[in-house]
Design a binder for this molecule. Structure first.
Ligand SMILES: C[S@@+](CC[C@H](N)C(=O)[O-])C[C@H]1O[C@@H](n2cnc3c(N)ncnc32)[C@H](O)[C@@H]1O
Length: 301
């Protein structure tokens, strides 16, 4: 419970109604450097009051109780310290999913939806509807669960090095009703993975170590280091996965990676170095800004 006498807190002492609280929260978030202060104020206040944003907009005169004020004070302090709204709520929307997230999971990004698009497109190009997909570094399970939702005959395995993260991924799979087709396993990349798959997919940590402290506080302070840190050049995890991936792929299988902005050429070169893909036909998916954010390559046998 936050200290209601904390002089740094401005909203609860001054706010009597929901409308006051939205205005004051937005003001305090703006002065803390938050990008979207009004939206964040409305989302957090609606959540604190247990009502929809539409209901909040329709009833700004609603009076605030002591327990409302205590929750609002907690949210105010946390967002002012640049904790993302999704972490305060404990959930993040990803495609049609509402995923639980926690301190050990990456907050899944809309950017990663491109990896799901790539796997779904490549899967539809094959004649086999009964495909198997391995998602390395599954985090909240965002990629594997979204793929299983879109491809009803596919079976998937999600792995992560962090056991708490895997429990969250399993709960997300249960909630999405795909847990009969999903297995989760604690591994260090491919060490300990048995069997072979039609797709090996990963959104690995790819930020160069020295760049992490310069990222927005929402990322550098709140996403787990294990989910961000790609080593000196950002490419350590790609190397570790590619060095071992052939034995986990079926003939003709694909390796599919999310890449950081500007990393696609280096990751495709690494793919070729480890025996995947060719120069003529690299498969690359770009985001709406034209930036290459996903690459795929087939094993050269
Ligand atoms: C960038 S996050 C991606 C999470 C999720 N796939 C997503 O797209 O939202 C990278 C994930 O890799 C996991 N990870 C880091 N090192 C690992 C390793 N050596 N073996 C397996 N997973 C690892 C982290 O715990 C984290 O969940």
């Amino acid at each position: 419970m936050p200290d209601m006498r904390d002089p740094a807190r401005i909203v609860p002492p001054a706010a009597k109604t929901a409308g006051d609280a939205v205005r004051l929260l937005a003001q305090t978030f703006r002065s803390a450097g938050v990008d979207t202060p009004e939206v964040d104020a409305r989302v957090l206040l609606a959540h604190a009051l247990g009502i929809s944003r539409a209901a909040l907009m329709a009833g700004p005169e609603r009076e605030l109780s002591r327990s409302d004020l205590a929750l609002i004070a907690d949210y105010e302090i946390r967002r002012r310290q640049r904790e993302p709204v999704s972490r305060i709520l404990g959930r993040r929307a990803f495609r049609t999913l509402s995923l639980e997230i926690g301190a050990t999971t990456l907050d899944p990004r809309p950017d990663t939806e491109i990896v799901v698009d790539a796997v779904v497109a490549l899967a539809k190009e094959t004649a086999n509807p009964n495909l198997t997909v391995l998602d390395l570094g599954t985090g909240s399970g965002a990629i594997i669960i979204a793929v299983l939702m879109e491809l009803p005959n596919v079976i998937g395995v999600g792995t992560d090095i962090d056991a708490t993260t895997l429990q969250i991924a399993l709960r997300n799979a249960e909630q999405a009703n795909v847990c009969q087709r999903a297995k989760f396993q604690q591994t260090d990349w491919l060490t300990g993975v048995t069997g072979t798959f039609d797709f090996v997919v990963s959104n690995p940590p790819y930020i160069p170590s020295a760049s992490i402290s310069g990222l927005e506080p929402e990322v550098s302070r709140f996403d787990p280091r294990l989910a961000l840190d790609g080593g000196a050049d950002g490419l350590d995890a790609y190397r570790a996965i590619l060095a071992d991936a052939k034995r986990s792929l079926n003939p003709g299988g694909w390796i599919v990676f999310e890449v950081g902005n500007g990393q696609s050429a280096e990751v495709l070169a690494l793919c070729r170095h480890y025996g995947f893909g060719d120069d003529e036909n690299p498969r690359v998916w770009t985001d709406l800004g034209g930036r290459a954010r996903c690459v795929a390559a087939r094993s050269r046998r």
